[in-house]
Every structure is written in structure tokens, then in C-alpha cells.
Design a protein around this ligand. Structure first.
Ligand code: ZN
Length: 187
């Protein structure tokens, strides 16, 4: 198993400004950390949480064509990095509004993915789209409702979006929506 240490090398201590940064395993720890040699501050890095929503309106799903990197021009479910001091649901609904202009109401947690190779966790809620005020935003060049036959499967931005959509249309056939937890790994 290959250990991937993501992120840029730390150059300066954000506490004291020193450039004397070492990369060592602290006593009692099991992972190498950036540590300031001057003030002994340890800089921990942990996975980032991405939260989003599969918003349903009748037979259709709210999809956004990304206007920002990465994957600019590809289609996604509204989702983004969770902010400090908000809940998962708040994050999902905030991202939905920011990226599409519409409001939604959470129905249930739906998919949860660990992506250890990029140090991320992705979670999607199933939600009801409450209005049709959606339209282009600074983050989305196009926002549309897509039925199953309108989803651009070859132009989806992220594997977790594709998996969530496939689960949804499969569950829709059965009339039962099941929460799933999965791992996406490169090894
Ligand atoms: Zn320092």
C-alpha cells in the first residue's frame, strides 16, 4: 500500500513565523507531521468533507454544469467543502443554493464515500427541490432539471456523483431509497 501525503510542504509556522519546520513522527504518534522547531507547534492535516444534495423535482434531478475548476464544464450534483460551524445538512443546502440559486429540503442521508487517496469524504443527501428559481451562478454555467434519459453520464464531474445518481435511479425502480456507505480507492 502506497502512502500518499497530499498537500504542499509547509514552509513557515503560522503561529510564530519560523521557517524551521521539520517533518517527523511525534512521540506517541504513528504519522509524520510538520512541526515547528521554534515553538513546537504540530500541524495536523486531516481529510476534507465534501457535502452535497441530490435534489428531486417530480421525475427530475437538479444538475449543475461547473463553471469553476476542477472539472470545469462537467456536470455535477450541487456539492462542496463543508464550512466550519455548520452541520452536514446546512452545508448541503448552502451549496445547493450557492451553486444553483434554489432551495431544497433534506429527505434523508443517502450516500457516504471514503476517498483515502485524495483525503476526502463525500456525502450526499436526498432532498426535495422546493422552488424552480435555479439558474446560472458564478459557480455553475448552467443549471437544469434532468430526467434519467437526460443525464450526461459521460460528462459527470466526479465518480461519487455518478455512483449517487446510479443508486438513485436503481432505487427509484424499486421504490425504496437505501443509505449506502462505500470506499473509493486506487489500490
Ligand atoms: Zn512556530
Amino acid at each position: 500500500k502506497k502512502l500518499l501525503l497530499k498537500g504542499k510542504k509547509l514552509k513557515y509556522c503560522s503561529d510564530c513565523g519560523s521557517s524551521k519546520i521539520k517533518f517527523v513522527t511525534p512521540e506517541g504518534d504513528h504519522v509524520k507531521r510538520y512541526i515547528c522547531s521554534e515553538c513546537e507547534n504540530i500541524f495536523y492535516t486531516n481529510p476534507n468533507m465534501v457535502v452535497g444534495a441530490l435534489c428531486v423535482r417530480g421525475e427530475k434531478i437538479l444538475m449543475a454544469k461547473r463553471n469553476i475548476h476542477p472539472r470545469k464544464g462537467m456536470w455535477t450534483l450541487p456539492a462542496g467543502f463543508m464550512e466550519n460551524a455548520e452541520t452536514l445538512q446546512q452545508g448541503a443546502l448552502r451549496e445547493t443554493f450557492e451553486e444553483t440559486g434554489s432551495h431544497a429540503k433534506v429527505i434523508q442521508p443517502y450516500t457516504l464515500f471514503s476517498l483515502p487517496h485524495i483525503n476526502q469524504v463525500h456525502m450526499f443527501f436526498l432532498a426535495d427541490l422546493l422552488d424552480e428559481n435555479f439558474g446560472p451562478t458564478s459557480e455553475s454555467q448552467l443549471v437544469e432539471l434532468h430526467g434519467e434519459d437526460e443525464i450526461l453520464w459521460d460528462e459527470l464531474a466526479f465518480p461519487t456523483v455518478e455512483k449517487t445518481l446510479r443508486h438513485y435511479f436503481s432505487d427509484k425502480q424499486k421504490g425504496e431509497y437505501i443509505f449506502r456507505e462505500e470506499n473509493i480507492t486506487l489500490w
